[in-house]
Design a protein around this ligand. Structure first.
Ligand code: PEP
Ligand code: MN
Length: 357
């Protein structure tokens, strides 16, 4: 059973304790809830009638906390200088894998200069083949942090094991849950407890209902800072790596109050398809784009075929600008996009562009 409180009433918790139920109180910007799982549904009516209880529901197979009705105005997730789900389009960019200091620093500085508001990069990589590059692990997390600090960007990186969350938390602004782990309940609970925002990627064969229920696990730990990411699903089509399901954007927005971003890199697997599908995603109402960028994609240790070259990231931003404007979204960019090689951070500061951790 889940109760929504309209005001605090200690008698509610006392009554639950009398029934032998260990209840948890969750406080979100959109309300205070009591989670009392395992209670007999016959108790519902009595709680419904109690003072301070707005409503009581039996918890079934549908999301409650993530449901749109809990926060019709939409949740905004703070990330660095912006709020994902707010007016500014979020642009999370960086290599598939953190490979070395120079690679991640170069990418970070470039994408920061051209309007990215978060740096993404994998240190723990969920590769299909166990023989493929598995990532630099914690050393990669720390390199990503260093690059994020140098470019004044918050960092997003994937965590694959619940046991890694604690060691990663001090270095990470937002945890990514990869598509392969979308329904790993222990991992969802662990990032839920981390207190950090979570970028939750849709499983390649997950329905939207299953996707939102995965987010519900995170909210049930008291963390509503969840960003949903459509990254393509598996279909009969083989010309692309996945099929980017842009239906997900409006449908998720009607199902939940969580922001929705789109990853056209994994959604297509093809560099030349990334920019057109990013434009389409923004036109369909996405709150942001997650995109893979590499200084030399031909030498990338993972996902080189779908990674943009640095100048292509600049082109992406330029092509998104009119689409974002048409959708009433801001892109935090100067009017003229300069490129000054190693001077980018200086130019960036001189122009007073935003950006913080
Ligand atoms: C990634 O972001 O590099 C990644 C592994 O994505 P996904 O989990 O969507 O496959
Ligand atoms: Mn990748």
């Amino acid at each position: 059973m889940i109760l929504k409180l309209s005001r605090p009433n200690p008698a509610v918790l006392a009554a639950l304790e009398d029934l032998g139920c260990r209840a948890r109180v969750l406080t979100f910007p959109f309300g205070t809830f009591v989670v009392a799982l395992g209670l007999d549904p016959s108790a519902l009516a009595a709680f419904q009638a109690m003072d301070g209880v707005a409503w009581a529901r039996t918890a079934g197979s549908r999301p409650i906390l993530a449901a749109r009705e809990q926060c019709p105005e939409g949740t905004r997730v703070p990330l660095g200088a912006i709020e994902v789900g707010g007016e500014t389009l979020s642009l999370m960019a960086g290599p598939c894998s953190v490979e070395d200091r120079e690679q991640i620093l170069t990418t970070a500085r470039y994408v920061a200069a051209y309007g990215a508001n978060a740096l993404r990069g994998g240190a723990y990589k969920p590769r299909t083949s166990p023989y493929a590059f598995q990532g630099l692990g914690q050393a990669g997390v720390e390199l990503l942090r260093e690059a994020g600090d140098a470019a004044e960007l918050p960092v997003v990186t994937e965590v694959m094991e619940p046991g890694d969350v604690a060691a990663m938390t001090p270095f990470v602004d937002c945890f990514q849950i990869g598509a392969r782990n979308m329904s790993c309940a222990p991992l969802l609970r662990a990032v839920g407890r981390s207190g950090r925002p979570v970028l939750l990627k849709r499983g390649p064969s997950a329905t939207l209902a299953e996707f939102v229920l995965a987010a519900e696990y995170i909210l049930l730990e008291g963390n509503a800072q969840v960003i949903l990411c459509e990254r393509g699903i598996r279909t009969f089509e083989t010309a692309t790596r996945n099929t980017l399901d842009l239906n997900a954007i409006p449908v998720l927005k009607s199902m939940t109050h969580l922001p929705v971003v789109v990853d056209p890199s994994h959604g297509t697997g093809l560099r030349e398809a990334v920019i057109p599908m990013a434009r389409a995603a923004v036109a369909a109402g996405a709150d942001g784009i997650v995109v893979e960028v590499h200084p030399d994609p031909s030498r990338a240790k993972s996902d080189g075929d779908q990674s943009l070259h640095l100048p292509e990231f600049r082109r992406l931003v330029e092509e998104l600008r009119p689409v974002a404007a048409a959708m009433g979204r801001r892109l935090d960019l100067p009017d003229a996009l300069p490129f000054g090689g190693t001077q980018i951070p200086l130019i960036r500061r001189a122009m007073g562009w935003g950006g913080s951790r």
